[in-house]
Design a protein around this ligand. Structure first.
Ligand SMILES: *[C@@H]1O[C@H](CO)[C@@H](O)[C@H](O)[C@H]1NC(C)=O
Length: 216
């Protein structure tokens, strides 16, 4: 019996670690050295003596995104390439443009929670918890909504004439994103029909139609 409990502290430590965002920086900053070609967990830093103000500024989010795709949205993010100074700081900012009646389809970020602020337009946003309960909210400019880490969420521009604009902060420098529809029907290589048929309770023909519609 005793030996089983030896593992408890380790188990707790492991579980607690999993709820933490990106590791804390061990120095003031770690300006991304984008010339490196080896892979580590994150991006290596340049010599701090060589850092300059330009490493900490970007205009990446100043341009309107191109929303002419099947969903009608565009996401532009700061990252270690366009804003090398954010490396290891555990956060990014994202510009979300949504065409009239466009959506950011149901998707999740495996490594980050997200707080989004509506800057322009009328948004319907929501997320699904792990018991499939849905939380939705209409957002006007100036209002914010939070999507907890890893949970499926979506944004919809309710306005049928005007584009919408939102700004989101995420607590990882590399949140990752999986769009539910594409992660099932537009994968490389395709997920076997048999699995999609059973999972979605549809026919092979329907699998084919959805695949084609999504460009899979
Ligand atoms: C937006 O993207 C579409 C499809 O990729 C392209 O045809 C169009 O030229 C782009 N528009 C602009 C303004 O870049």
């Amino acid at each position: 019996m005793r030996t089983r409990f030896h593992y408890l502290p380790l188990l707790l430590f492991t579980l607690l670690r999993q709820t933490r965002p990106d590791p804390d920086p061990l120095q003031d900053y770690c300006v991304a050295d984008n010339k490196n070609e080896f892979f580590i967990n994150g991006v290596p830093c340049i010599n701090p003596d060589k850092a300059s103000s330009s490493n900490f500024v970007t205009s990446a989010l100043s341009k309107v995104g191109n929303t002419s795709n099947q969903f009608g949205f565009s996401v532009t993010a700061t990252n270690t390439l366009n804003l090398p100074g954010l490396n290891t700081l555990g956060l990014i900012l994202v510009r979300v443009d949504i065409a009239a009646n466009g959506i950011v389809p149901p998707h999740s970020h495996p490594r980050a929670s997200e707080v989004t602020t509506c800057l322009k337009g009328l948004l319907l946003v929501g997320f699904v918890d792990t018991s499939n309960r849905v939380f939705t909210q209409n957002l006007k400019p100036g209002e914010s909504f939070v999507f907890p880490k890893g949970l499926v969420h979506f944004l919809f521009n309710r306005d049928s004439r005007e584009p919408a604009l939102a700004l989101s902060g995420l607590n990882s420098q590399n949140p990752g994103a999986q769009i539910a529809s594409l992660a099932t029907f537009a994968t490389t290589p395709p997920i076997p029909d048999e699995i999609l048929k059973k999972a979605f309770q549809i026919t092979a023909r329907e699998v084919e139609i959805i695949r084609r519609n999504l460009g899979g």
